[in-house]
Design a binder for this molecule. Structure first.
Ligand SMILES: *Cc1c(COP(=O)(O)O)cnc(C)c1O
Length: 404
């Protein structure tokens, strides 16, 4: 068991940081690719990727040089001036999405969702539909869409007229959407809820239902976008799903803070001058990082790599036939190991002791969201370590029939 949580740095954290997270169990000082090092110089293979953020891993040379060059040339101008990186990044995003549209840049996922919420308000309709278990961020508008009671209830009242429907239930969605509905807001895979993919056909049904009602379809791709599932955007896996609005963040900046709201057709023109803004949004350094991420995904063929490594990880964990693993779900390198017992926190700790950083996404799901560049050998090393990690993670401290 590592004692990192009682190091001087952890003690200082505990003394001055607002207690929104508890004190994290480990202090990291350096990263390279998919390896990070702690204060004592101990290496770990990183399957958390800064919560699906570090698309290119740590300290990728393309990201480092793009950021260094941009911050040395023109670091920040605000929305009072035009600069090149946000224009180029918006052009690239729209090209990857394959449709004309408009982009609003912010600095985080929750802000990307706030802009989508405000676009929805500008339709003149009052009602929104989101999903139970869905996660859209922590600011008050995004929180009103988030379908997790523990995150919402301390902050009631939230924005009114948001209906939450069971995720993946087409009939419930159809029943909830009316001519008063401004927008339906969905994740293609519920990430924070424990990596829960939409059932096949659900997104297409959501598109048909919203189109028929004249409502917007907002797909929150903050976690699933930018190659995470082996597609540029997760909704592109299914034909016939053309959302009105897409929200992006996490992987887009490869570790630099950036969020983006992309809108198409009429939705692209609903926000007019003076109605929304962000001092930092479109920051040239963050946008230069975004461009480096997109270029590197393309140049290194990372979409195919994500699909291959992700499939081998998924199949490999399944093939262990370990009694603690019920299934592995998700797509690409957004994987959830669903456990037969609610011991995800124990798995996280045992993995850390074995030199692997994984994330408990809820009591019964271990989430793997490594860099899109994760080398196959490092994925295989986790597979080799998994049986012992799982054996060490039973609720009673040992596997059934073994002496712990
Ligand atoms: C993480 C996440 C958010 C919030 O992003 P922040 O950058 O933490 O504000 C919103 N939506 C989804 C789907 C997410 O996974």
């Amino acid at each position: 068991m590592t004692a990192a949580s009682t190091t001087p740095l952890a003690d200082r954290w505990r003394a001055v940081m607002m207690d929104t997270y508890g004190t994290p169990p480990l202090a990291l000082v350096r990263g390279e690719g998919s390896t990070v090092w702690d204060e004592d110089g101990r290496p770990y293979t990183d399957f958390t990727g800064g919560i699906a953020v570090n698309a290119l891993g740590h300290a990728h040379p393309a990201l480092v040089s793009a950021v260094q060059e941009q911050v040395a040339r023109l670091g920040h101008v605000s929305n009072l001036f035009v600069s090149q990186p946000p224009v180029e990044l918006a052009e690239r995003l729209l090209a990857l999405l394959g449709r004309p549209g408009r982009v609003f840049f912010a600095n985080s996922g929750t802000e990307a969702v706030e802009a989508a919420f405000k676009i929805a308000r500008r339709t003149g309709r009052p009602h929104l539909v989101a999903t139970e278990g869905g996660f859209h961020g922590r600011t008050m508008g995004a929180l009103a869409l988030t379908g997790q009671p523990s995150k919402r209830e301390p902050f009631l009242p939230l924005a009114p007229e948001v209906t939450h429907v069971p995720y993946g239930d087409t009939a419930a969605l159809r029943a909830a959407v009316t001519e008063r509905t401004a927008a339906v807001v969905l994740e293609p895979v519920q990430g924070e809820a424990g990596v829960l993919p939409a059932p096949g056909g659900y997104l297409r049904a959501a598109r048909e239902i919203t189109r028929a009602a004249g409502s917007l379809l907002v797909l929150d791709e903050v976690q699933t976008g930018i190659g995470r599932t082996g597609h540029w955007f997760a909704h592109q896996a299914e034909r016939g799903v053309e959302p009105d609005v897409i929200t992006l963040a996490k992987g887009l900046g490869g570790g630099l803070p950036i969020g983006a709201t992309v809108a198409f057709s009429a939705a692209a023109d609903l926000l007019t001058p003076g109605q929304h803004g962000s001092t930092f949004g479109g920051n040239p350094v963050a946008c230069a990082a975004g461009l480096a991420v997109l270029e590197t995904i393309e140049k290194e063929g990372l979409l195919g790599h994500v699909t291959r490594v992700g499939e081998r990880l998924r199949a490999g964990i399944g093939a262990l036939e370990h009694p603690l693993v019920r299934e592995v779900r998700g797509a690409g390198l957004l994987l959830g190991i669903v456990l037969a017992e609610p011991v995800a926190a124990r798995v996280q700790r045992a993995a850390q002791d074995a030199g692997f950083l994984v994330n408990a996404a809820g009591p019964g799901v271990v989430r793997l969201v490594p860099a899109l560049t994760l080398p196959q050998e490092q994925a295989d090393a986790l597979l080799a370590a998994m049986p012992a990690v799982l054996d060490a993670s039973y609720g009673d401290g040992g596997a059934p029939g073994t002496s712990a």
